[in-house]
Ligand binder design. Structure first.
Ligand code: FES
Length: 179
C-alpha cells in the first residue's frame, strides 16, 4: 500500500520527515467500498488532495476517465501511474499542465456517447464540488461526491465529518449522493 501525504501542517510535516523504516500505526480506510458494474462509465473528478483515491479506482474499475485539477504542475501527483489505467485530463490554475483553469473547463466539453451510462464521482473541497455538480447534472443524475471535511474520530462518533443532512463521511461515505 502507498500513502500520499500532502504537507499541510505540523502533523503532516512530522509524518513526511520520519526516517525510512519507522513503524507507524495506521487506521482506515473508512466508510463503504465503492463498487460499480463494468458496463458503466465512471468519471472521477478531483481537485487538491481529492485526487489521492483515484489511482486505485482507475486501476480497479474497467471503464474510467479521470479529470483532475490542481494549483500548478507541482501539485499534481501519481498522474503517470494513473494514466496506465485510464485517460487523465488535467487542469491547472496557472496553465503549467493541461488546460488552464479549473476542472469545470474540462467538464463543460465532456461528451456523453449515445446509450452510455455515466456515473460521476467527485472528490475535493466544497468550492470545487458545487460548480462541478451543476455541470454534471446536465449529463446525468448519477452523481456522488466526497467532500474534504475534517475527519477526527473516523468511527462515526464525533460528527466532525457530517454534511448538512447529518451524514458522516467516515461511516456513511466516502461518496454521498446529493449534497
Ligand atoms: S470523523 Fe467523527 S463522525 Fe466522522
Amino acid at each position: 500500500m502507498t500513502l500520499g501525504v500532502v504537507e499541510a501542517g505540523e502533523f503532516t510535516k512530522a509524518l513526511i520527515n520520519l526516517e525510512p523504516g519507522t513503524d507507524v500505526y495506521f487506521r482506515g480506510p473508512y466508510g463503504n467500498p465503492v463498487i460499480f458494474p463494468d458496463d458503466v462509465k465512471v468519471v472521477l473528478v478531483g481537485g487538491g488532495s481529492g485526487f489521492a483515491a483515484f489511482y486505485h479506482m482507475a486501476r480497479d474499475f474497467k471503464n474510467v476517465e479521470v479529470v483532475v485539477g490542481a494549483r500548478d504542475k507541482d501539485h499534481l501527483f501519481y498522474i503517470e501511474e494513473t494514466e496506465k489505467h485510464a485517460p487523465v485530463h488535467i487542469a491547472t490554475e496557472d496553465g503549467s499542465s493541461g488546460t488552464k483553469g479549473y476542472v469545470t473547463e474540462i467538464l463543460k466539453k465532456f461528451e456523453k456517447k449515445e446509450g452510455e451510462e455515466i456515473i460521476f464521482l467527485n472528490c475535493g473541497p466544497p468550492a470545487m464540488i458545487k460548480p462541478v455538480i451543476e455541470i454534471e447534472k446536465k449529463i446525468t443524475d448519477k452523481i456522488f461526491s466526497s467532500i474534504e471535511y475534517v475527519t477526527k474520530c473516523g468511527v462515526g462518533l464525533c460528527g466532525a465529518c457530517s454534511d448538512r443532512h447529518g451524514r458522516r463521511l467516515c461511516v456513511d461515505g466516502p461518496f454521498l449522493e446529493e449534497l
